[in-house]
Design a protein. Structure first.
Length: 124
């Protein structure tokens, strides 16, 4: 069940908007359910956070909370012709509203709780 939830989370396109007029209850539900399952089965935190298996720590951090794309970190000339519309018009992160961001932070905290391997993934 947890594997399917994580797959669905990765594939989910958020309906939330930057102006916070929409709340994506499906996204919040997935984040909360994954969080509860990992709280109930703490021994699974390491395996599901591991980049070689499910990569959940990086997924939550870099797609739910903060947009981090390895290819675009080397921006170079790419940014010269971009306008604010190009940058801010993108759906960078899945969580934009208060409730969904809280759920994502809680999941990240649960993943790192008593699991130093996941903390290391997060800070590197």
């Amino acid at each position: 069940m947890l594997e399917k939830l994580i797959k669905n989370l990765k594939q989910h396109e958020s309906t939330e908007t930057r102006d916070q007029t929409e709340t994506d209850n499906i996204l919040i539900g997935m984040l909360n359910l994954i969080n509860e399952l990992l709280n109930f089965h703490p021994r699974l935190r390491k395996a599901f956070g591991d980049p070689k298996t499910h990569d959940l720590v990086s997924t939550v951090f870099s797609t739910c909370l903060f947009y981090i794309n390895q290819e675009e970190q080397q921006l170079g000339e790419y940014t010269e012709n971009l306008t604010n519309k190009d940058i801010f018009g993108r759906n960078y992160v899945k969580t934009k509203g208060k409730k969904s961001r809280e759920a994502a932070y809680k999941l990240l905290l649960t993943l790192c709780k008593d699991t130093p391997e996941n903390v290391e993934i997060l800070i590197l």
